[in-house]
Design a binder for this molecule. Structure first.
Ligand code: PBG
Length: 327
């Protein structure tokens, strides 16, 4: 046997599907996936979101049906976003006990019980007429501390309606602590907080703003969301949120920030979630529609990569479809 032939051959373990499956380091499971869902007040029919084919602004009824399908597929959790019929400066729909998310939560809590984890996005941008994530000062700037009081009140409304996990996504300083204090003060010590700790000021949220009808009417979100140039800052945000009582932390978006997902996973001892956001979804759907990319393979590869980077939980608009494929 001449010495030029390799003795060590990594290809041996790639030879057949069963071998590849056995040595796979990362697995996707329905229980790790969370489905973001939109529910809109005062519409008779579910409304398709043009920039997100397959995603709808649900009615209460169509939400129940789609949530049931998700639970049946084994999806780990559902995170709800509400679109109120009327918006105002304070975002009053967000903490109204009869606001759309609260009504939807009661529906799903009675339909699904413990079958899947009921979660909420906790923010004001869907509810304010100006589209900002907080209440504004007379000068038109976001008032951080006044916004915390609104978030505390929203947390209570969502907890009372049956949320098991609330997800503050507004990037206000102190939001996790304010929400934890409010929840505990009202006896909701069991309601968990999934903190959107690391949230970049990202162009990848474009289609979501159409889905949730929450594009800011002036200015942008770069005074509270993070600069894509920064990484250390993300670790600081994560550690602060854990100090304030976050039970889980999130990195958002996912695909362009896999380095951050890995660094956060290595830094903390709580579950780490990553949000595969609307723009990530839209790009794959659009390219697939043109026949430029293999849709299913790209979806599976993107999700596997997010898990491999270190996310324990992945929020994805493909959660139901992928869960079905996995089981
Ligand atoms: C804020 C919120 C946003 C997203 C989730 N929560 C929008 C934003 O910060 O502008 C984006 C999600 C996505 O793009 O899929 N309520």
């Amino acid at each position: 046997m001449s010495a030029q032939f390799p003795v060590v051959r990594p290809r041996r373990l790639r030879r057949a599907p069963a071998l590849r499956r056995m040595v796979a380091e990362t697995r996707l499971a329905p229980a790790d996936l969370v489905l973001p869902m939109f529910v809109k007040e005062g519409v008779g029919e579910p409304q398709p979101v043009p920039s997100m084919p397959g995603v709808f602004q649900h009615t209460r009824d169509s939400l129940r049906k789609a949530a049931h399908e998700a639970a049946e597929a084994g999806v780990g959790g559902i995170i709800l976003f509400g679109i109120p019929a009327v918006k105002d400066g304070a975002g009053s729909g967000a903490d109204d006990p009869d606001g759309i998310v609260q009504l939807a939560l009661r529906d799903l809590a009675s339909d699904l019980g413990d079958e899947t984890v009921l979660m909420t996005d906790l923010c004001l941008d869907e509810y304010t007429d100006h589209g900002h994530c907080g209440v504004l000062t007379p000068a038109g700037e976001i008032d951080n501390d006044a916004t915390l009081e609104r978030y505390a009140s929203i947390a209570l409304a969502q907890a009372e309606a049956g949320a098991a996990v609330v997800g503050p996504s507004g990037m206000m300083d102190g939001q996790v602590g304010a929400i934890r204090t409010a929840l505990d003060g009202a006896g909701h010590t069991d309601v968990a907080i999934l903190a959107y700790s690391v949230k970049y000021a990202s162009a990848y949220y474009g289609p979501f703003r159409e889905a949730a009808e929450c594009a800011p009417q002036f200015g942008d979100r770069s005074t509270h969301q993070q600069d894509p140039a920064n990484a250390e800052e993300s670790l600081r945000e994560v550690l602060l949120d854990i100090d304030e009582g976050a039970d889980m932390v999130m990195v958002k978006p996912a695909g362009a920030y896999l380095d951050i997902v890995r660094r956060v996973r290595d830094e903390v001892r709580v579950p780490v979630a990553a949000y595969q956001v609307s723009g990530e979804y839209a790009m794959v759907e659009a390219a697939a529609e043109r026949g430029w990319i293999d849709r299913e393979r790209t979806i599976m590869e993107s999700l596997t990569s997010i898990r491999r980077a270190g996310a324990d939980i992945v929020l994805t608009y493909w959660a139901t479809e992928v869960s079905r494929r996995l089981s």
